[in-house]
Design a protein around this ligand. Sequence first.
Ligand code: PLP
Length: 354
Amino acid sequence: MELTDEILVQKTTKSRLPEVDFNKLGFGTYVSDHMLICNYSKGQWEAPRIIPFGDITISPTTLALHYGQSVFEGLKAFKLDDGRINLFRVQKHHERMNRSLARMCMPDIPEEIFVDGLRRLVEVDKDWIPTQPGSSLYIRPIMFASEAKFGVKISDDYTFIIFSGPVGPAFSQALKVKVETEYVRAPKGGTGSAKCAGNYGGAFYPTQKAKEAGYDQVLWTDARENKYIEESGMMNAMFVIDGVLVTPPTSDSILAGVTRDSLLTLAADLGIPYETRPVSLVELENAFRHNTITEAFGAGTAAIVAPIATIHLNGIDHHLPAYGDNAVCYQLKNKMEAIRKGQDDDKHAWNFLF
Ligand SMILES: Cc1ncc(COP(=O)(O)O)c(C=O)c1O
């Protein structure tokens, strides 16, 4: 990968680092000192700059606010024991960002800005990378339509920003999820496979209703028949049924999770049998009836795996057995953590170290 050192950096004169309690990080509590910002106008990207994190001014006519051209990513950086920094699967996130942008009629973000920009930004804020077990620097690249114009149109101008913040482990206990058959997240041909803002805004209402009923998340079903599991709020869905790791295939209504891809690759490495195929609600009910389902978990950057304790399906709470240390989800998680921290062989070249 070609790297440039040409990004202009304006450092903060007053770091907020002393305010951080690294033993109580939570998720989304703290934002690091700097951000990268880069504008696109007249068909060209301008030079990116790294500046102190702060507010930006936009016009009320900014197109993203009205018509939703807004795309983001979420990835993580880690500090290795030898002090090097690892940006995990940065190229895969860059590729997905460009696929999401294409779906939303937005221009590609070049590698020199996304990857080199990330590297420089994380270097500048390297003291913000936490080292406590389970913690990391979460990085949020976001791009939105910034043309200020009154009228429905594809924007001619865009703003790309990257900021980051130290985060702790995402979930402290196994989740209760509700299989959603009334509301849908994404239809065939829709924007479900893009990481665009509207997918999340549209998911809030059903998720809020599920929370009011005592569940942490929804498990979405397909928009046509509500018969097949799609994915969860910010995670892909995985099950262990009859000793086989099973996950729905990605499609235009499911986000192609980087963690999902990593875990399936590691399952192959570890000799864990797996299948990517549709998982119907009938299959899940039968698996609960015959006690052949032993695990259900979400797979995503925030937690790697989020074990599920209860699945609400057709009016019934089905409970999963307790997860032992040798559960498939923990075998996969431990392997992935060891690779990310540079403690295991990175044979798939997932680490970007500097
Ligand atoms: C809707 C959705 N599905 C799945 C995922 C998991 O993707 P990843 O593993 O790349 O974080 C995410 C998180 O980015 C998500 O927002």
